[in-house]
Write a protein that binds this ligand. Structure first.
Ligand code: SF4
Length: 385
């Protein structure tokens, strides 16, 4: 298949792996953060990690949209569904993420809440059209990739005068999160997270382009290579980063030229800016409150804003005890550092978002079998609360 087979070619992979071995200086370590969960899965699924020399390390970043949603916002979604008797529509991965006291949307659904899994915003609009007597709320999550479809849904609802449709908006922004990581004490002062360069996101960059990364490449002196999701994309991008690091450069380079341009998708950007504006602050799981890192619905579309339409109570939300998702999302820990990994927490009984999501780091470690046997042999160390 074009654009797939040639990016999974075994001989080319060996050639790139050899070039990396030749060019990586054995006297130093190369810490490469893959921001995006899609890259984490490519690295594990295709064994890219095993093709790297010991001193080239991948550090997993927070680029999994389901993983970074804080428990509080999930608890709010459960409350909207249960208390306000709406039809709540959401993408599949969100259904199983445990909220406070492990209450998930799927548990709320089992208890009678009307929660539906959808594949697109168009499905949610269709449900609203077919149920004119019910309020329909789309629980919108994700980075810049999924924001344009939400903007289209809101514009469509306005055009069709769908008064029973609204959006619970949780869209977040990639560049602010990368900047926040680079500003964190763990990177700047403590040195517990070492980052020498970034694999830039694929899908996000197809929308925002490569330009938004230039500021922090320059400001923080960290090279960025925007990488596609196939194994050879990841390997070639790692090689490009190693070359930049060796030469003391910190530029934004684009390996994913078959999709990403420097300016991105201008039409999608216009749609997003028509409907959304910046939030002053938004909480991320693991990163805490990050200024100007998320979007809210503009006042001109307030009629479609579920946060304005449905009141939610003040609540004390909290993670499952012992779940290390917050530290994993900051690159401080790996899934295998979590006491619950593979024992109490598996994809069948996830204790945290990183094991639920198809882009989560814990799911990547588990799914591709690299830690299963070890985890099965280990005793259950601690029960989750
Ligand atoms: S293994 Fe489970 S409990 Fe541990 S960090 Fe990952 S999702 Fe959380």
């Amino acid at each position: 298949m074009k654009y797939v087979d040639e990016f999974r070619d075994r001989d080319l992979a060996k050639t790139i792996a050899e070039a990396i071995r030749q060019e990586a200086d054995p006297g130093r370590t190369y810490n490469i953060m893959e921001f995006c969960g899609g890259h984490t899965h490519a690295i594990f699924r295709y064994g890219v990690k095993d093709l790297m020399p010991e001193n080239v390390r991948f550090v997993h970043g927070p680029g999994c949209p389901v993983c970074v949603l804080p428990v509080r916002r999930l608890d709010d979604a459960v409350e909207i569904a249960e208390r306000h008797n709406v039809i709540l529509c959401t993408y599949g991965d969100m259904m199983r993420v445990p909220g406070t006291k492990q209450r998930s949307l799927i548990k709320a659904k089992a208890d009678g809440a009307d929660i539906k899994m959808v594949y697109s915003t168009l499905d949610a609009l269709k449900i609203a059209r077919n149920n004119p007597d019910r309020e329909v709320v789309f629980f919108a999550i994700g980075f810049e990739t999924t924001t344009p479809p939400t903007a289209v849904a809101i514009k469509t609802a306005e055009r069709e005068r769908l008064k029973n449709f609204s959006v619970f908006c949780n869209h977040v922004l990639t560049p602010s999160a990368i900047g926040h990581i680079l500003e964190s004490p763990e990177v700047r002062e403590l040195g517990t997270v070492q980052i020498d360069g970034f694999l830039g996101p694929s899908h996000v960059s197809s929308v925002i382009g490569s330009e938004p990364y230039e500021f922090f490449a320059e400001e923080f002196g960290k090279p960025v290579v925007i990488a596609g999701f196939e194994p050879l994309d990841v390997m070639q991008s790692a090689l490009m980063l190693i070359r930049q690091i060796n030469e003391g450069r910190h530029e934004v380079e684009n390996e994913y030229t078959r999709v990403v341009t420097s300016e991105g998708n201008l039409k999608a950007q216009q749609l997003v800016s028509d409907v959304f504006e910046l939030r002053q602050s938004f909480e991320w799981r693991g990163l805490g409150k990050v200024p100007y890192s998320a979007l809210k619905i503009r006042e001109s579309y307030a009629a479609f804003d579920a946060e304005k339409r449905f009141e939610v109570s003040e609540k004390k939300s909290r993670e499952v005890k012992s779940c290390e998702c917050p530290a994993i999302l900051r690159g401080v820990k790996k899934p295998t550092d979590c006491k619950l990994f593979g024992t109490v927490c598996t994809p069948d009984s996830p204790m945290g978002s990183c094991m639920v999501s198809s882009e989560g780091a814990c799911a990547a470690y588990w799914t591709y079998g690299r830690h299963r046997e070890k985890a099965r042999a280990a005793p259950v160390k601690e029960a989750a609360e």
